[in-house]
Design a protein around this ligand. Structure first.
Ligand code: KG4
Length: 336
């Protein structure tokens, strides 16, 4: 048991959380979304600059809220990757400085592994388990037979599912980020537009670029011929194909690997249709489903602290010379 201060700066949220003996004492998230919205997506250089501007205020807030002094922290954790290189550097440098100043261990945390462990704010993980990690940058099926053991059994061959939601929203001029907007509009629609389902019959891998191109081409064709686009129906048609691909591969893998639990993680796990389909399918089976609380689907440092607690017990500490890794693979999460 320990007091951990965790820092997350992998993309467009500057976040710091403090946990004391497994209990969350503070969880501060400063989102940059409003600043990136003007550009229709995250601008990496701007993200890094904004982390630099905000991080010490977020740190002060996190300490004040937890009513804790830096001297009382037992270890400093940070997101080492995957993520945007400039953004990751900011969090790492603050964590290194604090670890050096207070002579405490430095814990590098894998962002996607932390998204999986965020589910432990709801329920303990039970093994073997299958996790669908679905976000703006990743779409993976991860198998775990025990704690801290990750095996990627399927992944996207091109775009990530969240990226696809964002691009479809962009071509329809719906705003950024596209996922929550499409989720809401699709509730009012019917799946009347025919769209292709990629990699339907092949293993557990995903592909989203063909689906994205099909929507973009359809929208251009309808605009050229001045046909009215039924937005709720088009978003529903798109969402059904994009999400059903995750649902069907998750079900198949859960059965093939005979898992005890199915877990969702990442930004797209906020999708109401995905949550409903996965819960409904496993309702009457002996496979338990854990769905993260909505606050934990977006980037936060509480999940970094949650995984860091486990790494602290195992003394997974890094030297002060460690670097970030924007492409850190989840299976290599103990290699740094
Ligand atoms: O985990 P996250 O912050 O991304 C990465 O750091 O990679 O997730 C952000 C992604 C965005 O692409 C966003 O559009 C998507 O998650 N998203 C959703 C929903 N809420 C967020 N996608 C579908 N339905 C939602 N309700």
């Amino acid at each position: 048991m320990a007091t951990i201060l965790a820092i997350e700066t992998s993309c467009d949220e500057t976040a710091i959380a403090i946990t004391k003996d497994g209990v969350l004492s503070s969880n501060i998230v400063s989102s940059q979304i409003a600043m990136h919205q003007t550009f229709g997506g995250v601008m990496p250089e701007m993200a890094a600059r904004l982390h630099n501007e905000n991080i010490l205020f977020v740190l002060k807030d996190a300490l004040d809220k937890a009513n804790i002094k830096l001297e009382e922290i037992d270890a400093f954790a940070f997101t080492r990757g995957p993520g945007l290189i400039g953004a990751l550097h900011v969090g790492m440098q603050v964590a290194k400085t604090l670890a050096l100043t207070y002579n405490k261990p430095l814990i590098p945390v894998h962002h996607l592994a932390a998204h999986i462990y965020a589910n432990e704010f709801n329920e303990p993980l039970k093994f073997p388990l299958l996790c669908s990690v679905v976000s703006g940058g990743n779409t993976e099926l991860v198998f775990m037979d025990k704690h801290l053991s990750f095996k990627v059994i399927g992944e996207t061959k091109d775009d990530a599912v969240g990226e696809c939601f964002d691009k479809v929203a962009r071509v329809l001029d719906l705003g950024y980020p596209g996922g929550p907007i499409i989720d809401k509009l699709a509730k009012k629609g019917q799946p009347t537009y025919k769209l292709p389902t990629p990699l339907k019959n092949s293993n557990y891998d995903f592909s989203y670029s063909g689906l994205k191109t099909a929507v973009v081409n359809l929208v251009h064709k309808l605009r050229q011929t001045n046909e009215k686009i039924n937005i709720p129906n088009l978003t529903k048609s798109f969402q059904d194909v994009a999400i059903n691909m995750i649902v069907s591969k998750t079900i198949q893998a859960a059965e093939d690997f005979k898992v005890r639990q199915v877990v969702l993680a990442g930004g797209v796990s906020a999708n109401s249709y995905l949550r409903e389909q996965v819960s409904n399918h496993f309702k009457d089976t002996n496979i338990e489903v854990i769905i993260p609380p909505l606050w934990a689907t977006t980037d936060n440092a509480a999940m970094i602290a949650k995984l860091a607690e486990r790494l602290y017990e195992k003394e997974v500490f890094a030297p002060l010379s460690i670097s970030v890794d924007p492409n850190w693979h989840i299976e290599d999460f103990l290699k740094f």
